[in-house]
Design a protein around this ligand. Structure first.
Ligand code: CA
Length: 231
């Protein structure tokens, strides 16, 4: 699985690139449209899109609310966040009634944007099919069902914890994961140990998985933060 895919529909180019850049920085795979027709075409071409951010006031035949209704009609599972201008109080209401899950009022900060997107992504969850689906990344193939990891066809000998960490990385490829996030995902909320346990396991995993442990290309370090799968 690659990073989670999002669609951004916004006709004002500076706002669109601001949104797109910040979402990409947060590790999302972003496709972008400047009008409603283009957005609907992209949604059809990318059925794996998990969430759409739709500006309401658009140049062109379709406004954001109509795009929202049409996306919702074709896909009940996709998350939808409306982008509204400050004075569009009424649009907020109709936006929610047209099938949107949330709205963000302009102007918004990158922090607010990412927080809302992350929250909705968490709420809608991953499609159930992905739970058991094989994940391929470069030379690696991970099978969650029989809990195996192969590199170039050779089975890697991993502990269950190591396997879970690789699975977490492969499900979040190219996304920086903080050490705390990794700790909570793998060891659970009730674990009171130190985040250093994450570093210890990463070090062991690098020895097992990397071609050159001194220059890791699979599990890379995000300085002062955590780790990432990919360069
Ligand atoms: Ca607009």
């Amino acid at each position: 699985m690659t990073a989670r895919k999002l669609l951004v529909l916004e006709d004002e180019e500076n706002i669109r690139s601001f949104v797109v850049i910040n979402l990409r920085r947060a590790g999302y795979d972003v496709i972008e449209a400047s009008d409603g027709e283009e957005a609907l075409r992209l949604m059809e071409r990318h059925p794996d899109t998990r969430l759409a951010l739709l500006d309401i006031m658009l140049t062109g035949a379709l406004d954001g609310l109509e795009v929202c209704r049409r996306i919702r009609a074709g896909n009940a599972d996709v998350g939808i966040i409306m982008l509204t201008a400050k004075t569009q109080e009424l649009d907020k209401v109709t936006g929610l009634m047209s099938g949107a899950d949330d709205y963000i009022t302009k102007p918004f900060s990158p922090t607010e944007l990412i927080a809302r997107v992350d929250a909705l992504i968490r709420r809608i969850g991953d499609p159930p099919a992905q739970e058991d689906a094989e994940i391929v990344s470069g030379p690696f193939t991970l099978n969650p069902m029989n809990r195996t990891l192969f590199k170039n066809g050779t089975r890697m000998k991993l502990t269950q914890v190591e396997f879970n960490i690789v699975k977490l990385f492969l499900r979040n490829q190219n996304r920086a994961l903080s050490r705390e996030e990794i700790l909570t995902s793998i060891w659970g909320n009730e674990y009171f140990g130190d985040v250093k346990i994450v570093d210890v396991n990463v070090r062991r995993l690098r020895i097992k998985l990397e071609d050159d442990t001194a220059n890791p290309t699979f599990i890379t370090t995000v300085w002062g933060y955590g780790y990432k799968w990919g360069l």
